[in-house]
Write a protein that binds this ligand. Structure first.
Ligand SMILES: Cc1cc2nc3c(=O)[nH]c(=O)nc-3n(C[C@H](O)[C@H](O)[C@H](O)COP(=O)(O)O)c2cc1C
Length: 314
């Protein structure tokens, strides 16, 4: 097949953030960005979502905090992070040197902490958006409980909405019965975009010791094992909301990313795959571009939500 030599458009706008391409690094799997600079060209990545930040620094959960499962990774890091002040002093300045969008993932143990974190970050320059984590399964206080029901989601999102002028992406948990209802609550409360999903609550047991493999007992499952589950959620939510959806879950290659885009995602975040190949994201971007060229698609927008469904017999 002869390829059209004109470069297709990969630029997308997600909730007030212009991205040079639709593949971002997912929070918690890419440190604060700089850790990956020796291994990959950060300028080729659509955006970097930094490790979840709380007001105070956190050491996270006791070890062991990671267990591999078939086609998956179970983690219970417990939101280890340097805290807002050190992030602003030592991490953000380095990140500003790279030509990529910086999205800062935040969380709190209380609503007041979420607000303080959002306010303090809003004074900084070089941040494109905040991603509100209301979906971490690995902390006893805060995290997932905020995003567990539509009313609690509405409450926390509207509180943070009032605390920041930055675009606000809200990251949802898959550990709920009806994710579309939670998504609609986040949209009604003023979210500019939705990131979905965070990890699936799981358990792994060492049969010799008969103990859980993780010190935290349970953990969050990520990686290829969750892709069909997350993809179904993205598809369901993208049909229901007006705001853009960022697809996350098990994306390892361009084909995976394209499935999410066809299901309705405006962009994707890549997580666990970064641990296997630090160049996974630039490779995904190149693969998306090749697919667009090969299929004569001039603009990625015409692919978003283009899923063709079989016609049902009446
Ligand atoms: C080790 C690890 C740490 C993570 N830390 C965070 C975090 O701090 N904040 C957050 O919102 N999500 C966090 N996540 C979830 C990822 O951002 C992502 O939603 C999830 O891993 C699914 O994507 P994947 O299958 O591509 O890894 C973490 C995931 C892993 C594996």
């Amino acid at each position: 097949m002869e390829l059209n030599s004109v470069k297709p458009n990969l630029q997308v706008e997600v909730g007030g953030v212009r991205l040079k391409n639709p593949a971002l690094a997912a929070s918690g799997t890419f440190g604060y960005g700089e850790e990956y600079a020796p291994w990959t060209d950060l300028g080729k990545i659509g955006g970097i979502v930094t490790k979840g930040l709380s007001w105070e620094p956190r050491l996270g959960n006791p070890t062991p905090r990671l267990a591999e499962t078939p086609a998956g990774l179970l983690n219970a890091i417990g939101l280890q992070n340097v805290g807002v002040k050190r992030f602003l002093q030592t991490k953000l300045p380095a990140l500003r040197n790279y030509d990529t969008a910086i999205i800062v993932n935040i969380f709190g143990h209380t609503e007041a902490e979420y607000i303080t974190v959002a306010r303090e970050l809003s004074l900084a320059e070089g941040i494109a958006a905040l991603e509100l984590n209301i979906s971490c399964p690995n902390v006893t206080q805060g995290g997932m409980q905020f995003g567990a029901t539509p009313p609690s989601t509405y409450q926390i999102v509207s509180a943070v909405r009032q605390a920041t002028h930055f675009p606000l992406w809200v990251k949802l948990s898959p550990n709920v019965a009806d994710i579309a209802a939670i998504a609609e609550a986040a949209q009604a409360a003023g979210a500019d975009a939705l990131s979905l999903v965070n990890t699936f609550l799981g358990l792994a047991i060492d049969i010799r010791s008969r103990q859980p493999k993780l010190a935290n007992i349970t953990g969050g499952l990520s990686g290829p094992a969750i892709k069909p589950l997350a993809l179904r959620m993205v598809w369901e939510v993208a049909k229901k909301v007006e705001i853009p959806v960022v697809g996350i879950g098990g994306i390892c290659c361009a084909e995976d990313a394209l499935e999410y885009i066809i299901a309705g995602a405006h962009a994707v975040e890549v997580g666990t795959a970064n641990f296997i190949d630090p160049q996974a994201i630039p490779k995904i971007v190149a693969g998306i571009e090749t697919y667009l060229l090969e299929n004569g698609v001039a603009d990625i927008h015409s692919l978003i939500g283009s899923l063709k469904l079989p016609e049902r017999e009446v």
